[in-house]
Structure formats: structure tokens, C-alpha cells
Ligand binder design. Structure first.
Ligand SMILES: [Fe+2]
Length: 406
């Protein structure tokens, strides 16, 4: 797309999205926090008079016995439980349809996701499918559903996507693995439990990648053009918590205080970006995921310092505010110095939590396709603070090549 028309389209469409996001359509879930809060959530669901529930989860959680206490609690309330435990990373339309068929077969009255972003996204889509009598394929894009979804509840087991509060669900094409988005302001969970007991077994690399995904959500929401006082406050709190607790959780996964803080940070980052949207980190990272299967959080983490460095001239004040909030400011720093310090911090923070400074899979011959698709995604979806042209995106990718980082 021509850069001039891309920018024009972006300004008009982002303004429309900002107006939509300011309407009271997106509601914050009822929140339960702390160890075993997932059981409090079950009690809350029982209080809604549901007679049956579909639990959407992964086989690993069931095998490790982590789902059983929740099932037992439902049964204590005489609520019949059906379990769909075939969720895998990047759920496809065919897996989503299988879960939908199971829900229909058992006439479940509500959906509870226990898992990461994949379980929650799949659950959100089938909840919307049932009430609108539309297959998931017919719901992709913006606002394709007429009716509100079946009641949806969430127990996130990773601290990264914030999907429990967002209005976006991501599904993959069965063959090409390309991503499709279902966007509806009513798909956020009605109630969520941030239960750290589900998170203590997450290995360090995944803790780092998911935490950096949440940090990217918060920073992109904060520095983009569609922020508000509300989203700024949520984003800033998420940034503070992640900068303080992510290194601890990576070093000691069993630290409940750090796990709880990161779960809350991911939740708050989700609240921020579902209204204020994202930016080039996500636009480029999605292409790296589609092309090479790079994990979403890892791609974001590697890209984040580079994209913020590129954007810095347009967001110095905001970067300076973040630098002060996380306490990396020094006496007599001016705004420019603070912004520079913030960019350096992001490169160092990646190192501290074990994120590589390059992308092993990246190949220069793939740049044209990655750049074209990333630019297109950004024009249509993100209120970026400083626009990139293809050449600038190319230059940014050059810095991620293994040879550049060596
Ligand atoms: Fe993300």
C-alpha cells in the first residue's frame, strides 16, 4: 500500500476505533486474586445459576491434576462439567470447531477457559459462535456478531496475553497457519481468577517470553496515539510490576508474590491495549510467527527495544515518564536523556531475563514479504506513534539478523 494512503487510512480508522473504545461496551471482569482464587471463581459461576459448563483447557493441565479441584468444586455445586482438553498453541479453526461441537452436543450454558491465550481465545470464539449461530470462520474481522456471547469465564495460567480482558481472539488457518482475528467488545470474560498456583511450574524461558509480551502490550498501549487517562494508568502499573518482578519470577518460578504481580500486570496490560491498541512490535512479530513459527512473546521481546528506539523521537516525553516511574532516572536528566535511558533499559532488561538479541530463524531473502505484511497490518490496526516506511522496517530487521548481533 502507498505510504501516504496508508497513513491517511490509519488516522481515520484509528479515530473511529478510539471513539468505539470510549463507549462503555468493554467491561472489566469481576476479579478474584490470590492462591486458589480459581475455586472462588467457581463459586461465583455457581451463583449465576448455570447448570452446565464447558471447560476449555490443555491436556497437560488435566494430566497434572490441576483441573480436577475445579471440576470437584463444580460438582459440589451440582453443575455438570464437560471438558475439552485438546487446546494447543495457535488454535486452528478445525480444533475450534471441534470444541464448538462438543459444547453444542452437551448444551453447556457457559464456558470456562483454564489456560494461556490459546485456550482463552478459543473459548471466547466458541462462546460467540453459539449465541450467534455462526461458525468461527464467519466471525473473523471487526464486530461480526449481533448477539452477546455465552457467559465466558477465565483462569489464565500464563501471565502474558491478557486475553481474559481483551476483545480480540486469534485463530489460525488449518493449512497456512496465517492468523485471523475475531474482534468483538463483548468477548472479555465476565469473571477472572488470577491464581498464581497455576503459574509456578512455568519454565524460566516461557516466563520471560510471556512477561515480555505483557510488557510490550503495556508499552505499545502507552506510547500509541489512542491512549486515555484510564489506559495510561493501567499500562503504567503493568510496566512497573513487570520491571520489578519479571527477573524474580524468571530466577525463582515458585515465588508466589512475583507470580501474582505478573498475573495482575498481564491483566492490566490487557485492559490497556484492548482499548488503546498496539503497534509495530506486534505488526512485525505476527509475521515472524507466521513465517518461522517464532513464539509470540519471544518475537515481541526481541523486537521491542528496536521498535521503541526507532519511535523514540516522537515519544520522548512518554519514555521519560516511564523511566521515572520505574526508577531509572538520575539527577539532572533532561527529557531526551531519560528517553535514551529507557531505550537502553529495554535492551538490558532483555539480557537480564535471558532473551536473545537476535532471531536465529530470520533470513534476509524473506524481508520483502515480512515488511509488506507488517506495514499493511499496522496501517489497518495500530495507532503507531511514528510511522515506518518499508526501507526503515528493512533496516530494523537487519539488526535482528544473527550476523548483525554477533
Ligand atoms: Fe501480544
Amino acid at each position: 500500500m502507498n505510504h501516504f494512503f496508508g497513513k491517511l487510512l490509519n488516522y481515520v480508522w484509528m479515530f473511529c476505533l478510539k471513539v468505539t473504545a470510549s463507549l462503555p461496551l468493554i467491561k472489566e471482569p469481576n476479579l478474584f486474586e490470590g492462591e486458589n482464587s480459581s475455586l472462588d471463581l467457581v463459586d461465583d459461576i455457581a451463583g449465576q445459576n448455570h447448570k452446565s459448563v464447558l471447560i476449555v483447557t490443555g491436556a497437560g493441565l488435566v494430566r497434572r491434576g490441576q483441573v480436577q479441584p475445579i471440576v470437584d468444586r463444580f460438582e459440589k455445586h451440582n453443575i455438570s462439567v464437560t471438558i475439552f482438553d485438546r487446546v494447543e498453541p495457535d488454535p486452528t479453526f478445525s480444533i475450534t470447531n471441534e470444541a464448538l461441537d462438543l459444547l453444542l452436543e452437551n448444551q453447556c450454558e457457559c464456558v470456562l477457559a483454564i489456560g494461556g491465550g490459546s485456550a482463552m481465545d478459543l473459548a471466547k470464539v466458541i462462546a460467540l459462535s453459539v449465541s450467534n449461530k455462526k461458525r468461527p470462520e464467519k466471525l473473523t474481522g471487526y464486530f461480526k456478531a449481533l448477539r452477546k456471547p455465552l457467559p465466558f469465564y477465565a483462569v489464565p495460567t500464563t501471565a502474558g496475553t491478557g486475553s481474559e480482558v481483551t476483545v480480540i481472539s486469534v485463530l489460525s488457518d488449518n493449512q497456512t497457519k496465517s492468523k485471523s482475528f475475531v474482534i468483538d467488545p463483548r468477548t472479555a470474560s465476565l469473571s477472572t481468577a488470577l491464581d498464581p498456583t497455576f503459574m509456578v511450574t512455568i519454565p524460566p524461558a516461557l516466563t520471560a517470553a510471556t512477561g515480555m509480551d505483557a510488557l510490550t502490550h503495556a508499552i505499545e498501549a502507552y506510547v500509541g496515539r489512542n491512549g486515555s487517562a484510564y489506559t495510561d494508568e493501567q499500562a503504567m502499573e503493568a510496566i512497573r510490576l513487570i520491571c520489578k518482578y519479571l527477573p524474580t519470577a524468571v530466577a525463582d518460578g515458585s515465588n508466589i508474590e512475583a507470580r501474582s504481580a505478573l498475573a495482575l500486570a498481564s491483566y492490566k496490560a490487557g485492559l490497556a491495549f484492548t482499548k488503546a491498541s498496539l503497534g509495530y512490535v506486534h505488526a512485525i512479530s505476527h509475521q515472524l510467527g507466521a513465517k518461522y513459527g517464532v513464539a509470540h512473546g519471544l518475537g515481541n521481546a526481541i523486537l521491542l527495544p528496536h521498535v521503541i528506539k526507532y519511535s523514540a523521537p516522537s515519544i520522548e516525553n512518554k519514555l521519560a515518564t516511564i523511566a521515572k516511574a520505574i526508577g531509572i532516572d538520575q539527577a539532572n536528566d533532561d527529557t531526551q536523556q531519560l528517553a535514551k535511558r529507557m531505550v537502553e533499559f529495554l535492551f538490558d532488561f532483555n539480557k537480564e531475563v535471558g532473551i536473545p538479541n537476535h532471531l536465529a530463524e530470520l533470513k534476509e531473502q524473506d524481508f520483502p514479504g515480512i515488511v509488506k505484511d507488517a506495514m499493511s497490518e499496522a496501517y489497518f490496526n495500530y495507532p503507531v506513534p511514528r510511522f515506518m516506511q518499508e526501507q526503515q522496517c528493512n533496516q530494523l530487521l537487519q539488526q535482528l539478523l544473527p550476523s548483525a548481533a554477533a
